[in-house]
Design a protein around this ligand. Structure first.
Ligand code: AMP
Length: 309
């Protein structure tokens, strides 16, 4: 297990990548905000397998957080992240300070317009995807990677990234990797750390809803409103879950569809108190998330509450 090289500036990242490419080596990039978990590890593993050199970026990007969001409290676990990268055989970790990415005088914006940013998280988190587009563009330009890896859970982000990589002739292939779930079906997310045990049990309505959607599609239901209703029914059983949206969209354009076909993305966004969770199921492709039945959860909530005295 060799330690990855830590690079801290865009120039150092570019230099490392250019050297590898000059030697004929293929470079893979995995952009992250750190607090790495098994979901990130699956992207990293794929980059290590498919490319000669894998680079992981760890940067909590202030530009994609709105005022009042969780920028300050976002989990930061750099030592563990570096150990995970070393264990996976990562060649370099890009770990810049905010000033290295956005030095004084920085005045450029990148905005993906059109249907990819016409609703959903773009509407709920105004400016968020401008921040994502800016950092991803900067990372892709500096890393000059052959392939960059993103998670399907963040489906709208994938649509935005694919759009900008195409439109700006970046020359990096965008690879989308399946969602990794925890033992109880909840999609792994750095933000799951914010959930109390009871909130987490309530949050299981999200993968349970997506499982209902997967079953409906497998049973031949193709009417998008019926599939969405199947998800909403499960979500309604968790009273503390504040649903932001449930939708069936085309994966490329992100336009809502009337008919669910293989590849249609079923999206869920919901809040529990101040924690915002999103999840996605790729219809006809992803397996139904395996989630314990509601009755089991109800009794577990009871036990958790009783344990508090
Ligand atoms: P983040 O650190 O949350 O910005 O995520 C970095 C990358 O990891 C993004 O492309 C995410 O979509 C991806 N990712 C996050 N959670 C998961 C998961 N549970 N399974 C697979 N990929 C994930």
């Amino acid at each position: 297990m060799s330690e990855p090289t830590v690079v801290e500036t865009p120039a150092a990242l570019r230099l490392a990548s250019e050297r590898w490419r000059a030697a004929g080596l293929m470079v893979g990039l995995v952009p992250t905000m750190g607090a790495l978990h098994a979901g990130h590890a699956s992207l990293i593993r794929r980059a290590v397998e498919e490319c000669d050199r894998a680079v992981v970026s760890i940067f909590v990007n202030p530009a994609q957080f709105r005022p009042g969001e969780d920028l300050e409290r976002y989990p930061r676990t750099v030592e563990q992240d570096l150990a995970l990268c070393a264990g996976e055989g990562v060649a370099a970790v890009y770990l810049p300070l905010v000033e290295a990415v956005y030095p004084p005088g920085f005045a450029t914006s990148v905005s993906v317009t059109g249907t990819a940013t016409a609703g959903f998280d773009a509407e709920r988190r105004p400016g968020h995807f401008d921040g994502v587009a800016l950092i991803v563009t900067k990372l892709l330009v500096a890393a000059r990677a052959d392939v960059a890896y993103f998670g399907a859970k963040d489906a709208q982000q994938c649509a935005v990234v694919r759009r900008l990589a195409t439109d700006l002739d970046i020359g990096t292939r965008i690879a989308v990797c399946p969602t990794v779930r925890d033992h109880d079906g909840l999609a792994l997310s750095s933000r799951n750390a914010y959930l109390s045990p009871e909130q987490r049990l309530q949050a299981l309505a999200i993968p349970r809803g997506l499982a209902a959607a997967a079953r409906a599609v497998a049973d031949g239901v193709s009417d998008a409103s019926a599939v969405v209703a199947a998800v909403e029914l499960e979500l309604a059983a968790s009273p503390d879950l504040e649903v932001e949206y449930v939708a069936a969209v085309d994966p490329e354009s992100f336009v809502p569809v009337a008919t669910v076909i293989s590849g249609t993305q079923i999206l869920v966004a919901a809040r529990i108190s101040t924690t915002r969770l999103i999840d996605t199921l790729c219809a006809g492709v992803d397996e139904a998330p395996a989630v314990p039945p509601r009755a089991v959860v109800a009794s577990a909530v009871g036990t958790a509450m009783a344990g508090r005295g």
